[in-house]
Design a protein around this ligand. Sequence first.
Ligand code: SAM
Length: 279
Amino acid sequence: MAGTLYIVATPLGNLEDMTFRGVRILKDADLIAAEDTRHSKKLLNHYDITTPSVACHEHNEAAKAHDLIQRLEKGTTIALISDAGTPLISDPGYRLVSMASEKGIPIVPVPGCNAAITGLSASGLPTDAFIFLGFAPKKQGRLDNFLNNAAHHKATLIFYESPRRVIRLISSAITAFGDRQACLARELTKQYEEFIRGPLSSILSALESRETVKGECVLFIKGQDDQPVDLSTEQMESLIMDGLDQNMRTGELAKKIAGLANWPKSKVYDMILTLKTRS
Ligand code: SAM
């Protein structure tokens, strides 16, 4: 009889967030397939789990999955874990689980932490519908397309992002979506857990005022409102004149106002040039 493949969620940082069931399954399994065996040692030692482990990460998963499937077919019970949270959610494991599914091997999820759901519950944004977008593309052009394609969704948008790129993500989101309500959750369940809530522009200012942004981040952005409130042309012109008085550069000003006003950046840019020639 085939063994069972357990998909076991692990803590996001706070080791107390491991479930009793997760600990029991990890103790009873014949083998733990871990994203990073050294990283998982801390968790396994904390709970006196002595089950042998093998590495199954994004670089070896294609090859490793065949080996693990063969072991499962021979009756081995395997528990899959990742470095943090739920395996397969922006983490390795998809190949293994899809192969196990094709082979009819029993697959049992053991639920627990997930950064998207944990942060969403405290974000203050609508939770009735949400879209998990994972990590956004790194290249600016692709990022802009990705965000533009997401702009019409009414559900709360969820992004994973590295602290090094989060400022760029937020500023690109302002250009694509306007200055929507949002929440940045940082270091969930850890000592320096933080939620920054408010319009995207205020989160951006808060981060830009820091020397560096550290820690793991999830960004939540409110979906598109049914009736977006656009600024009138007169209000736009007044905002532009204020920016010009402050000697803001045209591109910078166009980006800021397009974000605030739900107008396309190119349209605002043209408006600034016209006002510049007039003044
Ligand atoms: N499988 C994980 C889950 O279930 O949430 C996600 C793994 S993914 C490789 C790592 C990303 O998840 C981080 O870059 C960050 O966006 C988010 N993340 C993980 N732990 C977090 C934490 N403690 N606080 C905030 N975000 C976290």
